[in-house]
Ligand binder design. Structure first.
Ligand SMILES: Nc1ncnc2c1ncn2[C@@H]1O[C@H](COP(=O)(O)OP(=O)(O)OP(=O)(O)O)[C@@H](O)[C@H]1O
Length: 277
């Protein structure tokens, strides 16, 4: 059984205006179906406005879809009791693109990382501090960083804090919504490597939402390409992307080739950031 199954999901924004009698609804997702198995990373690619973030929000329980079903660990997220939903939320975490707006600037790293623990676990302050220290080390930071505030970290370091918070409850699935897009190339590579390590160490699954085909290729096991609210290409093996004839895929591929003429192929290189010979 898949960890996550999105079945025929359709979502619209807006509403019917009773006064002007106009339908101002905009369809953003049309019959979208995807599935993610345990320990698997599905990369969802698409250009701006394709509906990727909306798909993430629907999965996270932030936007109830008009049609379709989200099954997480076999439970229908939007049609289950409060206790089960709370447990499902615990197993489903998110890391957003903007690392600065994702945190409260008045909280220390320790307070940021321990917030989910306080919501879900009962533990002594000493035990909590020990876990936060371990998490900081797990994401490549130090115990001493606990006392620092968000403005005292670089973007890459702060995204590590966000990742530490996301893994603090040992979730099953993390939605990574453009999680490396605002970082420079070196930090992108480092964070992608960290995410890959954590995935293997904890058996995590990821939904990796991005417009960046190189980042998606480097971390994902399977890929799905979205256009205008629809999944237009599904690659159970990511290398299938290079044989796709779909215009949306061609557009994504041509964008990297024109940007970096030396990247003639993405396959064969361990780190996507290194040009291939
Ligand atoms: N809350 C909202 N209300 C109305 N329309 C919205 C809302 N959120 C998104 N949209 C619209 O839905 C469409 C899909 O947006 P979405 O953010 O899901 O796309 P995306 O593929 O993630 O794009 P990007 O990569 O630019 O973030 C866009 O046309 C957007 O303007």
């Amino acid at each position: 059984m898949s960890l996550l199954q999105v079945k025929d999901v359709t979502h619209t924004y807006g509403s019917y205006n009773l006064f002007s009698r106009t339908d101002q609804r905009k369809r953003v997702l049309s019959n979208v179906s995807i599935s993610i198995g345990q320990g698997m990373c599905l990369g969802v690619l698409g250009t701006s406005g394709a509906g990727k973030s909306t798909l993430g929000k629907v999965i996270l329980g932030l936007e109830k879809p008009q049609k379709g079903q989200i099954l997480f660990q076999g439970h229908d997220f939007y049609n289950t009791d409060r206790i089960t939903r709370k447990q499902l939320r615990r197993d489903l975490q998110v890391v957003f693109q903007d690392c600065y707006s994702s945190v409260n600037p008045r909280m220390t790293a320790e307070q940021i990382i321990s917030e989910p623990l306080q919501n879900y676990e009962r533990m002594s302050p000493g035990e909590q501090k020990r876990i936060v220290g371990d998490l900081l080390e797990r994401v490549g930071l130090n115990h001493e960083d606990m006392r620092k505030y968000p403005h005292q970290f670089s973007g890459g370091q702060l995204q590590r804090i966000n990742i530490a918070r996301a893994i603090s409850l040992k979730p099953k699935l993390i939605v990574l919504d453009e999680a490396v897009s605002s970082l420079d190339m070196v930090n992108q590579t480092n964070i992608l490597n960290l995410l890959s390590e954590l995935k293997s160490a904890f058996g995590l699954s990821y939904l990796f939402i991005t417009h960046d085909i190189k980042a998606a290729y480097s971390i994902s096991d399977a890929l799905a390409v979205m256009e205008k609210g629809e999944i237009v290409e599904e690659c159970k093996s990511k290398d299938k992307l290079f044989t796709s004839r779909h215009p949306a895929v061609q557009t994504l591929l041509s964008s990297i080739l024109s940007e970096h003429p030396r990247y003639r192929s993405l396959s064969g290189g361990r780190h996507y950031a290194q040009p291939l010979a």
